[in-house]
Design a protein around this ligand. Structure first.
Ligand SMILES: Nc1ncnc2c1ncn2[C@@H]1O[C@H](COP(=O)(O)OP(=O)(O)OP(=O)(O)O)[C@@H](O)[C@H]1O
Ligand SMILES: [Mg+2]
Length: 215
């Protein structure tokens, strides 16, 4: 089996930036890996992503949102993540089931026990070997995320969550932090306000330790 590493945190905390940098680092060492993301990763996932992240003309209630993310995850795990892990690859995944706990659980306040059950089923009982949580104040994260959107011309607006109130994102951040506290052996909490290279070095040292640990 390969290694399953997930990247988590609120919008603009640096997940996509760091996952790409880890990819380059592994390229330089000829270690095979894939980068994938939630929701998405599979053809079904991409369709669901369009529904979930672009502001649509129709309502999506919290329960529907939970099921849509979970449906995308189930397909993603079966179609992409498990085959790669079985092939011995490192899977770098931009968000996974912890995001459901943070957003739909802490943010939307859906029942946590129910979410945990759905998470276990949608993930096929697969658990990340290591999870990075880039922790950052909500105001900084959202400012970065908005800056990124306005810089990229014709970028698809994925603003369903970005347009939520600051209070919502604060609950999400707290949700992530309490998850990390409850599973310290899996989580690596990294100060996302540090500069990109400093964060990258911290991430790489943890990834190397994980790979070496597997020997
Ligand atoms: N450590 C950092 N310091 C300053 N700016 C950063 C840092 N990390 C990332 N950024 C910048 O902030 C913006 C958002 O970063 P990134 O897209 O990696 O965040 P994200 O966590 O993937 O966000 P989202 O959840 O919206 O996908 C980008 O423009 C990126 O260049
Ligand atoms: Mg991103």
């Amino acid at each position: 089996m390969g290694l399953f590493i997930t990247f988590e945190g609120i919008e603009g905390c640096g997940k996509t930036t760091q996952i790409k940098m880890v990819g380059k680092y592994l390229d330089n060492r000829n270690i095979s890996y894939i980068i994938t993301e939630e929701p998405g990763g599979s053809s079904l996932g991409l369709k669901i992503r369009e529904i979930l992240l672009n502001k649509s003309s129709f309502e999506i209630c919290a329960e529907s949102e939970l099921f849509l993310f979970s449906a995308a995850r189930a397909q993603h795990v079966k179609e992409v993540i498990l085959p790669a892990l079985e092939g011995g690859e490192i899977v770098l995944c931009d968000r996974f089931f912890d995001a459901t706990i943070a957003y739909q659980g802490s943010g939307r306040e859906l029942d946590m026990n129910f979410i945990r059950q759905i998470n276990a089923i949608s993930a096929g009982h697969l658990k990340p070997d290591m999870t990075f949580l880039f922790d950052i104040p909500v105001e900084i994260g959202l400012k970065r995320a908005m800056g990124r959107i306005s810089r990229i011309k014709n970028a698809p607006r994925e603003d369903r969550f970005e347009s939520e109130k600051i209070e919502f994102h604060k609950k999400v951040r707290e949700g992530y932090l309490s998850l990390a506290k409850s599973e310290p052996e899996r989580f690596r909490v990294i100060d996302g306000t540090k500069d990109i290279l400093t964060v990258h070095r911290e991430v790489c040292s943890q990834v190397v330790a994980l790979i070496d640990g597997r020997g």
